[in-house]
Design a protein around this ligand. Structure first.
Ligand SMILES: Cc1cc2nc3c(=O)[nH]c(=O)nc-3n(C[C@H](O)[C@H](O)[C@H](O)COP(=O)(O)OP(=O)(O)OC[C@H]3O[C@@H](n4cnc5c(N)ncnc54)[C@H](O)[C@@H]3O)c2cc1C
Length: 340
């Protein structure tokens, strides 16, 4: 366990906004977590697990302890004729794990290639892309339960995964620190090319290998999304809003080209990037914060932006989308301030 004080955060979150954390704890084992949560010294400080900070925006200095996992690496713990179960440390980079899975001929994670961040956060966020979500691949989550002061092995079903949702983000918020995740991947060749972008990239009717699909996805992502080292950002700033039929019909009457996906419960998910573009924000800037020229859903730090500049921009976008479509955009990015 290693505890640092007055820890600079600009290189530990992908918006690269200047901020400090009062403390930064690097934990390498469950024992470290146990010891930390049993000391009285930091009991009243805010405490927050952090991965690569690719879904966070620090709004000012963090007055408490940020907990970062150095539990890394993966081990096959079980194997059958058609599947493999792999335990992966929460501090492992998500895309390193996908690379390992693809190189080993394990199917399931390839559509999630190139998503930034670490394995622990992936299980909290239920990361998703190109028609896949990580929750579908998770067998169990091994997490330290702060109230019970012990490690718990949580079944996938109990995590209640939904669109960018899990119980770690709702009723279990602030109760668990993820230490490892057990994934169940398939040994049976099967690729998911249902997403339109992928079909176009691969070419309808053409076959592609597991590694070929990973490479195609990495190529699409690199062409679409700004490199966080060159232009700070946290991917999609807002979630795609889900609206009822009446609101959808109202929008569709006026904008027949609206980008949307019907949900199993009859509601309709709208493309937040399309709404932002229609509200006139694509490519615009406010101070040193801007909306990316190719991806209206991605807010960027154009260089030296403060969190206030980024939050002012996001508030203006929310207002304009609401007044044009009567749809409320909710941030996907977690805004971190002293109250967390
Ligand atoms: C360029 C770019 C592209 C992106 N593309 C996608 C995409 O296609 N799909 C997608 O779903 N997301 C995408 N994201 C968002 C982001 O990559 C994911 O949300 C990712 O899971 C965040 O991982 P992280 O390690 O950076 O977590 P952080 O941002 O550090 O934390 C995210 C949340 O997880 C919690 N957390 C982190 N580690 C732990 C732990 N060990 N235990 C308990 N809680 C923990 C944090 O408290 C926080 O609430 C993108 C981001 C960027 C910058």
């Amino acid at each position: 366990m290693h505890l640092s004080e007055h820890f600079p955060l600009a290189d530990h979150h992908t918006f690269h906004v200047e901020a400090n954390s009062r403390y930064w704890l690097e934990y390498t084992s469950i024992r470290d977590l146990h010891d930390f949560f049993n000391t009285t010294e930091y009991k009243d400080s805010p405490r927050l697990p952090i991965g690569s900070g690719s879904n966070l925006l620090f709004d000012g200095d963090y007055p408490g302890v940020l907990l970062h996992s150095s539990i890394v690496g993966s081990t096959v713990i079980r194997e059958s004729d058609d599947a493999v179960w792999v335990r992966v440390g929460s501090g492992t980079l998500w895309d390193d794990f996908v690379e390992t899975a693809v190189a080993s001929g394990w199917y399931g994670a390839e559509n999630l290639s190139g998503i930034p961040g670490e394995v622990g956060a992936a299980a909290v966020q239920n990361i998703g892309a190109y028609g896949a979500e990580v929750g579908q691949l998770i067998d169990k989550v091994e997490a330290y339960c702060i109230p019970d002061a012990q490690l718990q092995c949580i079944d996938q079903k109990e995590c209640r995964y939904g669109y960018r949702q899990s119980r770690f983000k709702s009723d279990w918020m602030h109760q668990y620190v993820v230490c490892a995740v057990v994934f169940k991947l398939s040994k049976i060749p099967h690729l998911n090319l249902s997403y339109a972008d992928l079909e176009n990239a691969v070419g309808t009717g053409r076959s592609i290998s597991l590694n070929g699909l990973r490479k195609a996805i990495l190529k699409i992502r690199n062409a679409k999304l700004p490199d966080t080292n060159q232009m700070g950002n946290a991917g999609s700033f807002f979630m795609n809003p889900i609206v009822d039929q009446a609101r959808y019909e109202w929008i569709k009457d006026r904008y027949p080209e609206v980008k949307s996906w019907i949900q199993s419960d009859g509601r309709v998910k709208l493309a937040a990037g399309w709404l932002i573009e229609q509200a006139g924000w694509k490519g615009r800037q406010l101070g040193r914060a801007g909306v990316h020229e190719q991806q209206a859903l991605v807010l960027v730090n154009l260089g030296g932006a403060t969190s206030k500049e980024i939050l002012d921009l996001s508030a203006r976008i929310q207002e304009d989308v609401q007044s044009k479509f009567e749809v409320v955009l909710q941030p996907e990015v977690q805004i971190v301030n002293g109250f967390l």
